[in-house]
Design a protein around this ligand. Sequence first.
Ligand code: HXC
Length: 517
Amino acid sequence: MSTQLQKVKELIDLRAEARVGGGEKAIQKQHDKGKYTARERIGMLLDEGSFEEFDMFVKHRCTNFGQDKKHYLGDGVVTGYGTISGRLVYVFAQDFTVWGGSLSETMAQKICKVMDQAMKMGAPVIGINDSGGARIQEGINALAGYASIFQRNIMASGVIPQISGIFGPCAGGAVYSPALTDFTIMTKGTSYMFLTGPKVVKTVTGEDVTQEQLGGASVHASKSGVTHFAVNSEEDGFELIKKLLSFIPQNNMEEAPVVECTDPVNRMEDSLNEIIPDNPNKPYDMFGVIGAIVDNGEFLEVHADYAKNIIVGFARFNGQSVGIVANQPKMLAGVLDSNASRKAARFVRFCDAFNIPIVTLVDVPGFLPGTGQEYGGVILHGAKLLYAYGESTIPKVTVTLRKSYGGAHIVMSCKQLRGDINYAWPTAEIAVMGASGAVEVLYAKDIAAAEDKAKLVADKEAEYVEAFQNPYRAAQYGYIDDVIEPRNTRFRIIRALQQLQTKKLTNPAKKHGNIPL
Ligand code: HXC
């Protein structure tokens, strides 16, 4: 064999060594836990044959605790680039078969390299997390590695989309990288995220809690809102990432891809003319409205299990990607509270950062009153949503279906918060507050003095309903651009979005605003 051929063979052997990561036994262990390896995951995520790997021959440099005697080529993370539906993406997948995917100095450098590359090219980064945290043997170098990654997450925020898959453990400070990214997806049963594990929790607080109860996918999807999606399997997770990316541009200087629309733009939806119940206190399902108006009824809901009184997610109108924010009358009457405000604010800011227009569907009785909300800082959380709508420069179309009261009216993309086109259905009630509250405040003394209190209340409420509980007061002042027939909503939104395509709006130059965090 010639020297050259020998060298080629050596290369092939080294590549084969790198491809088994921590070895066959560790791979089997990973499979036994119902998890895929880093390379299998990348294979499932990217277009077939598109993956180009970086840094296969990287080795750690640690000499503590006998580490110098053990090396795995590639060192605990597989990194590189490829395509999803033909579009460039950068990926890193932590390899649990190498010291539990724990983060070393060199691993961090590999991750930072793909993040830097993604920033230069203006392409999304997808990180698959499955790691025991900082590599203990590396001490402060591992911590410095995390910090370098976080710094890049922060700089990339709002420039390129960042998506985190949590498909195994993600604990300690390591959780902050996913938390800084735009979307997090967790697998049910095999992933968890927490700052301190059950043992430390027990020591510090005495609380007995399992990993699943503390930081499983369902907990973070429904209680904390830390994860945007909880999926049943890694396969589902990868399909979701692909779908999510289809609604999102490559970077903040581009527009989301426009797909061919197979749903007639002027499709009338007669059912919408009868969807609002006669009784104003009776709920209906906002998903029914969303499904009826968007292209082919397709809606990718974000944060589906968290703060269900507000709905956020992606859909298309005439093939154009939009973010939808909608109150859900079926859940707590669609009231705005702290969690709903935070959920919607983050979504609005994502859409604004990435040039995705927002369609807001309003049916909101107001903010949830009470000490629970006030002590929890609903003032600040509500202000986040207000701020998010008010600073955004993307096209915004608002449709008020029924209630739109008080502060919640203002927050939900009203005209003065840069709502570009504001429509209302004839069933809209746009006022400072509902009839009973208003009559109580305005006629307290008269009611106290009245012989027939019930009649006076009923009369005054009827008067108020007649005067205020309709869209025409707002339309009279131009706060509503038009009152539209519900069945025409799809067409009117598409027209509005078309009109807004060349919208140009910029905020005053500043270092950054001071959103009430
Ligand atoms: C070095 C680690 C490691 C770590 C796991 N391993 N975590 N090596 N540093 N952090 C090694 C194990 O020794 C083992 O090596 C192999 O990875 C697989 O781990 P197992 O324990 O066999 O796997 P499993 O039973 O599935 O348990 C997974 C685990 C557990 C729950 C993640 O390994 C664990 O609790 N690890 C420690 C987690 C932790 O406390 N990390 C530090 C957090 S502090 P062998 O050779 O036996 O196969 C932190 C700070 C970050 O991360 C701050 C950032 C700002």
